[in-house]
Design a protein around this ligand. Structure first.
Ligand code: FMN
Length: 209
């Protein structure tokens, strides 16, 4: 667990099993199956499916030798300048969790219900999903970034992660949709984020309803 988030931890940690490296759909079939779905079963996700999704999104696929343009990348998704500024949070029945790729675990942060905040009255299906991913950029990690970099790259870096999650969902037979339509200030406040943390997109997922 990075020291940056350790002080926030208040809930229990969920240890994830290693991601499966075999099985699933062939990649070209997964592209063919990728789609946005807005009907979710409320059934909890199997831990193995959860582990595979997080790893596909932004897991470690190579040794982690640091961040920044002078270090080689280490994750399943690229980031501009190798800033690795995107954190994946998950709002689940047990509260809010933060994915830690290095320790392959979900660190419990807040136990109050924040699931309604990444939702939207016009899109009530979000609340059916057992897992609501929330992508947050930590702008402090973007060393030497100018204002333009900070306004553009968090969104781009989230988008590539979200597509990985889409493809993993297609392969595992899960429903998902990336979402931009929610009240960011309210969600940021509920998550107790710092001013330098930017919520980009959200992505509910679960078994198809
Ligand atoms: C940046 C972005 C934001 C989106 N925001 C929403 C959203 O707030 N709500 C929603 O239902 N779908 C949202 N979508 C999903 C699109 O509506 C969907 O991708 C599009 O209709 C094409 O369908 P497909 O993903 O099945 O190909 C978003 C997609 C992207 C890429």
């Amino acid at each position: 667990m990075s020291a940056m988030h350790a002080e926030l931890a208040t809930g229990p940690t969920i240890k994830l099993p290693p991601p499966r490296s075999t099985g699933g759909l062939p990649l070209m079939e997964a592209f063919g199956q990728r789609k946005s779905s807005r009907k979710f079963s409320t059934r909890s996700l199997e831990l193995q499916d959860l582990a595979d999704i997080f790893w596909a999104g932004f897991g470690l696929s190579r040794p982690h030798l640091g961040t920044g343009i002078n270090s080689p990348g280490s994750h399943t998704a690229p980031t501009a300048h190798n800033w690795q500024e995107i954190d994946i949070f998950a709002a689940m029945a047990g509260g809010l969790y933060l994915y830690d790729p290095a320790d392959n675990e979900l660190r419990g942060l807040l136990q109050e219900g924040i699931r309604r905040f990444p939702g939207n009255p016009m899109q009530p299906f979000v609340l059916d999903a057992p897992v609501i991913l929330i992508y947050v950029a930590d702008l402090e990690r973007m060393d030497d970034a100018g204002d333009w970099d900070k306004s553009v790259f968090p969104w781009a870096d989230t988008a590539v992660i979200a597509e990985n999650v889409y493809l993993a969902c297609a392969s595992l037979g899960l429903a998902t949709v990336v979402r931009a339509l929610f009240d960011r200030p309210a969600l940021s406040m509920a998550m107790q984020l710092r001013d330098t943390q930017l919520v980009t997109f959200s992505q509910p997922l679960g078994y198809p309803g």
